[in-house]
Write a protein that binds this ligand. Sequence first.
Ligand code: C2E
Ligand code: CA
Ligand code: CA
Length: 695
Amino acid sequence: MVNRLFPNFQNDERRLHIQMWIVLGVWTLLILFLLLWLLRNEDTEMLELARQEAVANFNKDQAFRVWATKHGGIYVPVSEHTQPSPYLSHISERDLVTSSGRRLTLMNPAFMLRQMMDDYNELYGVKGRITSLNPLNPENAPDEWEREALKAFELGEVERFEVTEINEAPFLRLIRPMVTTEGCLKCHGHQGFTKGSIRGGVGVSVPLAGYLSVTNSRKRNFLVALSMIWGVGVVGVWLIGKRSQQRIQERKNYEGQIWHQANFDSLTGLSNRSLFMDRLDRALAYARRHEHKLALLFIDLDRFKDVNDTLGHAVGDLLLQEAAKRLQGCVRDMDTVSRLGGDEFTIILPEVVDGMSATMVAGTILTSLSRPFEMDGQEAQLSASIGITIFPHDGENPGMLLQNADTAMYRAKAEGRNTFRYFTWEMNKEAGGRVTLEAALRRALKRDEFELHYQPILTASDGNLIGAEALIRWESPELGLIGPNEFIPLAEESGLIVPIGDWVLKKAAADLAKWDHAGLVLQKLSVNVSIVQFQMKGFTRKILDILNNQPHLASRLFFEITESVFMDEHREPGARLGKLREQGIGIAIDDFGTGYSSLSYLKRFPVDKIKIDRSFVRDVTSDPEDAALCEAIIAMAHHLGLEVVAEGVETDQQWQFLRDSGCDYAQGYLFGRPMPFDRFTDYLKQNLTMDRAVV
Ligand code: C2E
Ligand code: CA
Ligand code: CA
């Protein structure tokens, strides 16, 4: 189970890392690819723009050439730069003289253009040049690249360009073919050119420096932009990875918590039954392998239920926590202390040489628990009963060891509590005593083995009988007379208290009716109602039904409940009590003073009486503190409009004291012990004054 609940988080984290690296890699490649594509595109576009410029230049040349050719060349004044062209000597009208005597000479377009281009080059850096495979002017002879281009033009190509360096500066040079037109023949006819034939090419070289600076700056921008996008992506991936890692961590924590909840007791932090069984199993396997002995201690707190009932569950929980701490303080690190539930604990001593070490631990535990527990300023006393089994002698498997330790624990309880017993196989024969008692209790209901006794309650002011408390007795044919203190807790644990409580109510109502018939009218009849009954769903409904069917009960019934009822606020005891009181049922708080003793609930809940516990009354004449407390309780109750019943009044002195303190009612052996029906009938006959008998 442990492994199933702890999936391999290492794997999850490794997988996450790998995934993150893959995503980062793909992202980086994508960005790189985009960058390369953009850079390449930039170059292509730049060249295209430069080419367009070159073409524009070429077109202008061409237009001028066409225009000049159409006019058969142009006459210009003869100057230093414009000497008559020796290449045109075959033209008769090469040189003219104007009427004013100025000498003019014919310029062919190629010559003019060459000069213009020189100027253009000087002014703007754009170079132009005319070339031919068969040039008139040797300066126009093609270089290697031009020659290739010209040859290609003859085969039908229309343009070539390249990036090159001229004087160590970058240039784009473009060359296009020149086609022979009608006008060309004037100068070139003698060379055998025919109209439409390719007679050379015109090259234009555009400087690339400007383009390059624009392109480079754009490239830089791309680089910066893409780096930023890449960075954003990387940060994004990192953040997502971080978040995923957090999720894994959260899940890890969460599942750790679940694991903890499944294996540890939330109240004490000790291992719970399931982890205990697991550990015991392992410890046994180890002990078997190494031929060790192992001891198992089964610890049950004595009368813990009483503590819970009187001090309240919250204090009970604190006690359990403290007890758990003390248990842990009694063992070594290697020993496992667990809480099986309720007030049951176990301890595994995995390596014991002989019984002695278990004895020592058990002794230490009893001593440790015997120190008083202090909680919220209240002191409580605890003890425990411990059963011990030794592997392999008392059992081979976890179940058997545990069961036998439990049996030994019951033996410790039976033999006076606050002690420990080693399991013996003889015990097994008597084991299940608890089960037997429970079964007997079940049978008792069917066989009608219960009886109700009645104890008188007197008015303090005049000593007259006012009512009685019904107290259950069990006369078992097998077990003899068993007191309620012995079987009520078991009845509450097993739920049998509910049918038993029903029986008590029915019987009390029937007895009351009988007395009524006999003219013995008892004003008030108290019955004890267990918290288990009170919390049972449908309890109030059931009581209302009983009251409806038995009108003689009206306003005469008192329920005695303990303070623990008020601790369970989520079941709204106030509302239940209110409903009961609406029907005329009185509510008395039993055993007052032993319990939670927070008096705030007296104000909040509808209550009529409190019954001061016997233990206070016992010492009122000997212990000034108890006396003061008793007085204070009475005063405070009166202040809240409640009446007070003193329980367990045994002596005249007690009785005197209580009357002086203003106590309203009293109950105790001094006035009468609990009596069976017949005896109590006689008691009524003697003690009911006639005027009180008529209600
Ligand atoms: P409790 O409600 O506090 O009942 C009073 C107990 O004090 C009775 O014990 C009674 O016999 C005893 N007592 C009365 N006067 C004196 C006295 O002067 N001195 C001494 N030492 N004891 C006195 P009992 O009958 O053994 O009942 C014990 C407890 O069992 C009751 O305590 C009550 O909590 C419970 N119980 C009894 N009958 C019922 C019942 O029908 N239903 C429920 N749920 N609980 C019951
Ligand atoms: Ca009572
Ligand atoms: Ca009581």
